[in-house]
Design a protein around this ligand. Structure first.
Ligand code: URA
Length: 233
């Protein structure tokens, strides 16, 4: 590929800025200063910009332990964006796979592979998501049994015609539950508990499909997925 394109594909530079960096003599190929934007280069060439070796940005697959107070949007708004937690080039290409609310924590996948993302979020694929919720009101005894049954059968959410799909509720103690759903409706978990007269205080996503949040990641930390993890979807 052309050298200016290589620079634009491996740094934050646009093609135009890459050309200017070349003219300023900031780029070398295999140890030789190079000023020609049209010079043909390959990945095996040693290309440096301001002394730093460059490599092409490939397709990225990232798991983030999302902290509270960051937003799953592409545009800058009231809150910091999840992609702002990543120190990688070409941030604008990365998109969260589905969304978590600003207050929700836990497993968030981020990628620039639209097809992979679609395989996870497409309603037809029914990819499961497991959440841990802390409930404001205790859920015990008969109420816990009724909730488990209601969620397993599907419940009506305010403003929607279709009941939720069968979901698996496990009561861990009076105030803590695990809920596994295979849909992704707006604020779904919070609204499901609201529908049975409870309130979700905190919500944390543990897993998406067979992919479980890496417990070595502190809130705000991330890592690239392994090829085996990418192949799960
Ligand atoms: N359900 C919710 O209510 N919020 C989330 O962030 C995810 C699922």
């Amino acid at each position: 590929m052309r050298l200016d394109r290589f620079l634009a594909e491996s740094t934050e530079l646009t093609r135009g800025l890459a050309k200017r960096a070349l003219i300023r003599g900031e780029v070398s190929v295999n140890g030789e200063l190079e000023k020609k934007a049209a010079r043909h280069v390959q990945e095996t060439d040693r290309i440096t910009w301001l002394g730093e070796r460059l490599s092409l940005v490939g397709t990225r697959y990232i798991m983030l332990n999302k902290p509270e107070g960051v937003e799953c949007t592409a545009r800058r708004g009231l809150y910091p964006r999840v992609v702002d937690l990543l120190d990688v080039p070409k941030l604008e290409r990365l998109q969260p796979v589905g969304r978590l609310d600003v207050e929700t924590t836990g497993l968030l996948l981020i990628t620039d592979d639209g097809q992979w993302s679609h395989r996870i979020t497409s309603p037809r694929r029914r990819c499961s998501k497991a959440y841990l919720a802390h409930l404001a009101r205790p859920l015990e005894g008969d109420a816990a049994l009724r909730a488990t049954q209601a969620f397993a059968e599907g419940i009506e959410l305010e403003g929607e015609d279709e009941p939720t799909r069968p979901a698996e509720l496990t009561c861990l103690d009076d105030h803590h539950v695990r809920l596994v759903i295979d849909e992704g409706r707006y604020h779904q978990v919070r609204r499901m508990f609201a529908a049975i007269g409870n309130h979700v205080e905190t919500l944390h996503r543990e897993s998406v499909g067979a992919l479980v949040l890496d417990d070595t990641l502190e809130p705000g930390e991330w890592r690239e997925l392994t090829p085996e993890e990418v192949a799960l979807f």
